[in-house]
Structures are given as C-alpha cells and as structure tokens.
Design a protein around this ligand. Sequence first.
Ligand SMILES: C[S@@+](CC[C@H](N)C(=O)[O-])C[C@H]1O[C@@H](n2cnc3c(N)ncnc32)[C@H](O)[C@@H]1O
Length: 216
Amino acid sequence: MKRLYGIGTGPGASDLLTIRAVNAIRESQVIFTPNNKGVNMALDTAAEFIGNKRVVLIDFPMGKVTKEDYKKAAEIINNEIEEGETGSFLTIGDSMIYSTFIYIMDELDGKDIEIEIVPGIPSFVAAAAASKLPLTVKGDVFVLCDEYSDVKCNFDSIAILKTFKNKEYLLEKLEKDNIDYTYIKRSSLDNEEVIKDRNKITEDKDYISLILGRKK
Ligand SMILES: C[S@@+](CC[C@H](N)C(=O)[O-])C[C@H]1O[C@@H](n2cnc3c(N)ncnc32)[C@H](O)[C@@H]1O
C-alpha cells in the first residue's frame, strides 16, 4: 500500500505548521508541491522539517489548468511513491480550500494509494489574527470567495482571496455594496502588512494577499 498526506502548511510562518503536519513530513520519503517558477511558499514554510528528503516539484501550465494536467500530476505522484512508502503533498493554508490538491485527489481516486488530509491554518484565519478583525460574531453569515462578483447571497462578513488582479474594480464594488474592507498581505510572514489606505491597496500586486470585509 502507498500512502499520501495532503498537508496544509498554513499561512507561511513555520511555527504555524501543525505538529501533525511536521510528523507527516518526517514520516514521508518524498515531498510534492506545485512548481511556482522557483518560488514555493509551502516548501519554504516546511523547509526545516524536510531536510534532504526527495522533493518533486510538479509543473502546471500557465493559465487554465485542465483535468488532463491534474491526471498527469496524479500519475507522477503515484509513480514516485514506491510500494510501502509515504509521500506528502504540500499546499499553502489548508489543502481543502482553493487548492490544487483537491483536483489531484480526485484523479488519485481508484489508485492503490491511501490519502489522509492534514489540516492547516487557512490564510483568512491568519489574516483575521493579523488585523484583529473578527470573522464572525453570533448570528453572522460569513462568506468565503475567490471572486467577489460570484457572490450572490447575503452576508455580514466576507473573506475574498486572490485579490491581486482588478483591485480598482473590486474596491469600487465593495464601496458600492457598503462594505468596510481591509487588505492583508503576507499574513504571518516577516513582511506582513495590514492596509486600509485605498491607494496603497490598489497599487499592491502581491499574490499573497486577501481582503476581509464587513457590511457597514
Ligand atoms: C490558491 S489560494 C490558496 C488558499 C489556501 N489553501 C488557504 O487555505 O488559505 C491562494 C490565495 O490564498 C491567499 N493567501 C495564502 N496565504 C496567504 C497569506 N499568508 N496572507 C494573505 N493571503 C494569503 C491569497 O489570497 C492567495 O491569492
């Protein structure tokens, strides 16, 4: 039997990795993570626990990733883990939230590989801590999205991920909808910033950023 852990490495600080994540990494013979043009936050977060274990960076094409790409990734993982061995696939935040691992896990279904998920601290939870903005109080409806224009329901509080593009348009829409917003970048990392200033928010291009909002 082969074994694969889907590990959420949390928002980036290595002391926010869970003990279970560290144990799973230590138990693994091979570590997988998507190849992000040489920059890999999940790998950096866990680096001190990976040591000289074999690391396999999985390439995904720029732009739209297809089912075929996930299938190929699943095959690489299945081939790289030897019978009786354990692998760990690292994702930022939690691996069940807007993560490549979700699609890879689907493609591994039916293969002789046992999968276990190790939860990680999600980015928006770390961002709430950084900004001291409560995500929910009693009775609140909270929405998590990666595209604000897709939100069709009522909410009191919102976390919007992947806010690096079209920020001017996004902020205009939030203002029109009467939502107080705060931009948090690189939460838990040394260069973490909590930004309220509109111009600073629109100028920033960091992918590792999100917006927490609350209806006025
Ligand atoms: C593909 S999603 C991954 C979400 C992740 N699985 C989670 O649980 O948070 C990538 C987005 O997560 C957010 N993100 C991840 N780490 C972050 C951090 N340390 N600070 C702020 N935003 C972060 C950003 O919005 C980024 O564009």
